[in-house]
Design a protein around this ligand. Sequence first.
Ligand SMILES: Nc1ncnc2c1ncn2[C@@H]1O[C@H](COP(=O)(O)OP(=O)(O)OP(=O)(O)O)[C@@H](O)[C@H]1O
Ligand SMILES: [Mg+2]
Length: 354
Amino acid sequence: MVARLETIGLSKRYQDVTALSPTDLQVQDGEFLTLLGPSGSGKTTLLQIIAGLVEPSDGKLLIDGKDATRKAAGERGIGMVFQSYALFPHMTVWDNVAYPLRMRKEGRAAMDAAVKDALEMVQMGAYAHRLPRELSGGQQQRIALARCFVYKPSVILLDEPLGALDKKLREHMQSEIRRLHKDLGATFIYVTHDQEEALNLSDRICLMNQSKIEQIGTPQAMYDQPATVFSAQFIGYSNLLEGTLEQGATGLDTLRNGRFSLPVIPQDASQTATRTLVVRPENARLANPESAYLRGRVDEVVFAGSDIRVLIDIGEAEPFLLRCGRREAPLVGDIVGVSWQRELSTVLTTAVAV
Ligand SMILES: Nc1ncnc2c1ncn2[C@@H]1O[C@H](COP(=O)(O)OP(=O)(O)OP(=O)(O)O)[C@@H](O)[C@H]1O
Ligand SMILES: [Mg+2]
């Protein structure tokens, strides 16, 4: 199957700054792909090259298998919603949404029908005659989405469209966006630096770091099998334990340092001996200190609503974070043991990033 969008060695340099290193990416028809990453990692640059707003330094962009690298922005059939939704302040909601169609010299009847549809899609039909300043932030954001959807682009790029909204409104708009994606059947590329938002919305997440793709995969795969320490730290919370791999008889590999010896699933010995073990807080449990994998003193016990977060000093630079039920919660100062199922931990070959 031909990908809807494909980049081949696509890159962008500004004098001595590499905004995007050569990037290969495929986006399938109807997919919801999220570009996730810290500030300055190249997310907006990649989106703008796809939209045709920034010219790449090198590489190719294919749309439906055809070279579109030099195609004008207006001819790509791509819609874009920016972080600051920038509605025209002196125009009503209706005129704002109609604007892209006016630019295309769409006929009156077709235009009216399309604007009506787009406003209904974002459940703002009743607000057509208001001015942007008479709307809440979330309502303005919906109008910005309607203005993009009105000409039915089959590829929609969204650059942090919910950045300006508070948490509750963000969550509400996330479910709106999920619904709109389903209704429209369009391909969405969505930029955020909020990992929770990426996990909630996406078919696949493309994690970016320092102008490169760090890892790409489904939310579940990114969470359960982080490929690098950066991924493990950026998506969800990770306890990182560094040590030296020692191979035992079949199935008895261990990771050791002066303070612990942890059983791990069998490893490929050809890589470096220094490894980092990733243990998610919800996969660890309190255990008898005499026989547990780790032993330490409880530093902090934090009530977190549905569960309790326990920070345990295990003699490493960082305390170990564990989540447990309210009834099992230990007290600060208790000596406790920590264990987990070794199948639920991940061994990485990369050194811990500093
Ligand atoms: N027009 C430009 N001129 C020079 N450098 C630029 C330009 N645009 C972007 N950059 C640089 O390229 C890098 C990537 O920028 P980009 O805007 O793609 O990051 P981003 O991942 O979208 O970050 P943010 O989350 O802050 O929006 C940054 O180091 C940025 O300073
Ligand atoms: Mg950006």
